[in-house]
Design a protein around this ligand. Structure first.
Ligand code: AMP
Ligand code: TRP
Length: 331
């Protein structure tokens, strides 16, 4: 049995927001102590929808800096940019010859995005799961921490791995997804029935990780609340307050019950003020680190160079085996 290995990635399609942080990145910081981990900035996935080239590279580096700023340790983990390890694209192609059209057609992420664009989307968006499978399978990954929306892709990765193993001989480890419980869905501050998202029409709906303290205070003070009073958790009856309580819990580490007790009989204004300060306190150290990396990118570049080299060593060895099994190239 290979040792447990964790692989995950974020697409550099926008500046990360509080939903990304609480829903995904914050868990990685805890998981890095339990697994050997590889964290990738999946830029080849980002270009499955049109991107501005200059912004693409800026965001790629911003996500990489965010990985370090939140506390992912480059000494324990491999941190790298997907497109710098060409083996991903190469294995993605090979796996794309094994996955069925009918399987790709069932992917809800593709269906949603294709429908939104009237089916006028690039073929890369359709074949996206082959590349994601390559990311995961190149490293003998056992665990893939993802949001609920990505479970279907990990399931298809398992199918592809098994199909390859049956066709060409035991080659890939079949990975499992790892989905967390509380905070898997942080909702919009303006509409608690919608996920907090980078593309919300209302700028007040989403807290970006690099929002200044006063912007954070303003967004939280204007957050919608439920009719009636009382600060108690009930995701069905009081979805707005429940979302704010979830954020409070993640910002302070306090159990939700303790927060409810602390604010029993107090008004929304007082609660929101305390929440805003807690979020500012959680994000300030991250923002300070991000600014350091912006002013002096040397360390970040070194981490990414080393990460690329380490990832490539593993990926190249795996791809060599794959190509031999499939009968590609001279041995
Ligand atoms: P995306 O920005 O959609 O590529 O998402 C990057 C990661 O953040 C994925 O693991 C998502 O599941 C997670 N994520 C995005 N939005 C939210 C949200 N509102 N609440 C919790 N997790 C989220
Ligand atoms: N598809 C994932 C998302 O949209 C990003 C991703 C690409 C990924 N490759 C991966 C996540 C491999 C985990 C493992 O969020």
């Amino acid at each position: 049995m290979p040792a447990e290995l964790l692989f995950s990635g974020v697409k550099p399609t926008s500046t990360p927001h509080l939903g990304n942080y609480i829903g995904a990145l914050k868990q990685w910081v805890e998981l890095q102590h339990r697994y050997r981990s590889i964290f990738c900035i999946v830029d080849l996935h980002a270009i499955t929808v049109p991107q501005d080239p200059k912004q693409m590279l800026e965001r790629t580096l911003e996500i990489a800096a965010t990985y370090l700023a939140i506390g992912l340790d480059p000494k324990r983990n491999i941190i790298f940019i997907q497109s710098e390890v060409h083996e991903h694209a190469e294995l993605g192609w090979i796996l794309g010859t094994l996955v069925k059209m009918s399987e790709l057609e069932r992917m809800t992420q593709y269906k949603d995005k294709a429908k939104a664009k009237g089916e006028n989307v690039g073929a890369g968006l359709f074949n996206y799961p082959s590349l994601m499978a390559a990311d995961i399978l190149l490293y003998d990954t056992t665990a893939v921490p993802v949001g609920e929306d990505q479970m279907q892709h990990v399931e298809l990765t398992r199918t592809i791995a098994r199909r390859f193993n049956t066709t060409f001989g035991e080659t890939f480890v079949v990975p499992q997804s790892l989905v967390q419980k509380v905070g898997a869905r942080i909702m919009s501050l303006q509409d608690p029935t919608k996920k907090m998202s980078k593309s919300d029409e209302s700028a007040l709906a989403t807290i970006m990780l690099n929002d200044a303290p006063d912007v954070i205070r303003k967004k939280i003070s204007r957050a919608v609340t439920d009719s009636g009073t009382g600060i108690s958790y009930d995701a069905i009856e009081h979805p707005a307050i429940s979302n704010l309580l979830t954020i409070f819990h993640h910002a302070t580490g306090k159990p939700i019950k303790e927060i409810e007790d602390e604010f029993a009989g107090k008004g929304y204004a007082e609660f929101k003020q305390a929440l805003a300060e807690a979020v500012v306190e959680m994000l300030t150290p991250i923002q300070n680190k991000l600014n350091e990396f912006k002013q002096d990118p040397g360390e970040l570049m070194k981490v990414l160079d080393e990460g690329r080299d380490k990832a490539q060593e593993i990926a190249a060895a795996k791809l060599k085996i794959v190509k031999e099994r499939v009968g590609l190239g001279r041995v």
